[in-house]
Design a protein around this ligand. Structure first.
Ligand SMILES: C[S@@+](CC[C@H](N)C(=O)[O-])C[C@H]1O[C@@H](n2cnc3c(N)ncnc32)[C@H](O)[C@@H]1O
Length: 215
């Protein structure tokens, strides 16, 4: 079982967002999942949606920004993929039970509280079919943004910050993501730093990747 807890530096190829390429997590682990339906929570412009659809998954996406929903759906329709993107808040979205072979949370956990994440992951666990995979990525408290939020935002729970405009920003301690996915069998856990050169001034991020399997 490739479980790595080291805090190692990786290069910008591990960059999780902003690229038109699928996330490393989805690209690496999708082939371990059974066939069938996939659910991507917080699709952005749809890089993982398109990748999963290209692999043959029937993909449902959820995204709260309407412009991104339209863009992702258009890109999928142009390719003739089986994709349905819904404009919704993942915290309100009801995940059908035992339906999905793969559920992706890349980039969404920073924007909801830990209590909301617990409820979401309970729904994800129930939503996976047997052998299905939960692919998840979060920022850790070693991320440089942690110090900034400590100074500038209100910490309403450990690692959960609310800015002056009401935006939520959540960072996790190293074992918290394992605890979050405790109802699943952990098949991969990797904590790492990477230097993000994909947007703005190059900067560091500290991340954790987790993959859990529904038994
Ligand atoms: C950092 S981006 C990652 C997008 C995509 N998963 C990717 O890896 O390219 C996070 C996305 O989640 C969306 N998002 C944030 N909070 C959300 C919520 N509560 N419900 C639905 N979407 C949300 C944002 O609009 C944004 O598109």
């Amino acid at each position: 079982m490739p479980m790595s807890k080291g805090h190692e530096k990786t290069d910008s190829k591990s960059a999780p967002y902003h690229s038109s390429q699928p996330s490393d997590l989805v690209r690496r682990f999708a082939e371990l999942a059974p066939e069938g339906r996939a659910l991507d929570l917080g699709v952005g412009e749809g890089r993982d949606v398109l990748y999963l659809a290209d692999l043959g998954y029937d993909v449902t996406g959820v995204e709260q920004v309407e412009g991104k929903v339209v863009k992702c759906q258009k890109r999928a329709d142009e390719k003739g993929y089986h994709v349905n993107v819904t404009c919704a808040d993942v915290r309100d979205y009801r995940i059908a039970q035992r339906r999905y072979a793969i559920i992706v949370c890349v980039g969404i956990l920073p924007f909801i509280t830990k209590n909301e994440a617990q409820a979401l992951v309970a729904g994800i666990t129930a939503g996976l079919k047997k052998g299905g995979l939960f692919l998840c990525q979060a920022f850790t408290i070693d991320d440089p943004s942690y110090k900034v939020h400590k100074r500038k935002s209100k910490e309403v729970a450990s690692g959960v910050f609310v800015s002056g405009t009401g935006s939520i920003y959540t960072l996790y301690r190293y074992r918290e993501i394992l605890e979050l996915g405790a109802a699943l069998r952990p098949i991969y856990y990797h904590a790492y730093d990477y230097y993000d050169t994909e947007h703005g001034t190059p900067h560091w991020h500290s991340m954790v990747d987790f993959v859990g399997k529904k038994l």
